[in-house]
Design a protein around this ligand. Sequence first.
Ligand code: PLP
Ligand code: COI
Length: 358
Amino acid sequence: FRCTVTPNTGGRTDAERDAVLADPGFGRHFTDHMFLAEWTPETGWADARVVPYGPLSLDPATAVLHYAQEIFEGLKAYRHADDSVWCFRPEDNAERMQRSAHRLALPELPTDWFTGSIEALVAADAAWVPSGEETSLYLRPFMFASEAFLGVRPSQHVTYSVIASPAGAYFPGGLKPVDIWLSEEYSRAGAGGTGAAKCGGNYASSLLPQQEATRNGCQQVAFLDSVEHRWVEELGGMNLYFVQADGSIVTPELSGSILEGITRSSIITLAADLGHDVVERRVSIDEWRDGVADGTITEVFACGTAAVVTPVGRLKWDGGEAVSADGDAGKVTHEIRSALVDIQYGRAEDRHGWMTRV
Ligand code: PLP
Ligand code: COI
């Protein structure tokens, strides 16, 4: 993997950047550069380049605008106390993007191109990796059908890009428990569909139920399986965990229609390190509601790159609610969150070899 770099001579001043890094929020600000590469059947992946951040010019017939042939990833770069910058399990994101590409009939991006693109962009924008507590540089690799053609078939021109955005907490309340709305009418993904792929369409279909959640005072929406409307899958952008009274921890098993979260998978390992039994199995919506009410479930939390580990306060539905945290996160949620972020920020030994210096 090789790429060219065109520095942005018209980028933000140090003062402008510092103002952004002091209060980055989530997904609002972007760095001075972006990565681009192109694919055609003739050239394979080619033209890897870091260029000044700016708008893309697209023909109105560009296939992605019509048929949503698009996939993306999300990972973060963390600044450690000695100023070095590290990514968390980037090869796992590369591999998931390859699985997503397969499902969306897009060309697979080789792992060294994925990690090379991340390293090249982070090198160009190193000054944009914030150093404040629990801040990071959120990296968004994405790939889309860039051929101008209206026939429905896999695009013969594909663009891969990475943009970067300084990030604080995804939820404005930080570690305050979030409330979840149960989507009873809509599912996120169906059997044989694209639920396990990280493609834009899954998020488009989550927005109407997400609006319903917002109307009901909730920050996220929980989806059930599309066949029986009974088995808990995941949230719009996060996986779920349930802590049981006996200290064991349960997460919904991979059903083929939920996203294989890298945070989810890391927590399976970390919770076991901490001495918890970790079980991947089906969890019914009744088990969630009744378990919280009768105390068999003591804590519920959501996890993902953007959300890290976020406690769930209440599950709400039309006509009821189940309260799992009032005011503060539970003990196990705190413990798992700390175990994860301590590795990510270099405060704990990286015993599983998850961190890559960039
Ligand atoms: N589920 C969905 C639908 C997501 O969008 C995400 C976020 O990436 C996750 C789960 C968590 O995945 P990860 O931990 O790899 O960020
Ligand atoms: C991520 O966690 O990286 C996601 O893509 C989820 C989205 C809610 C920002």
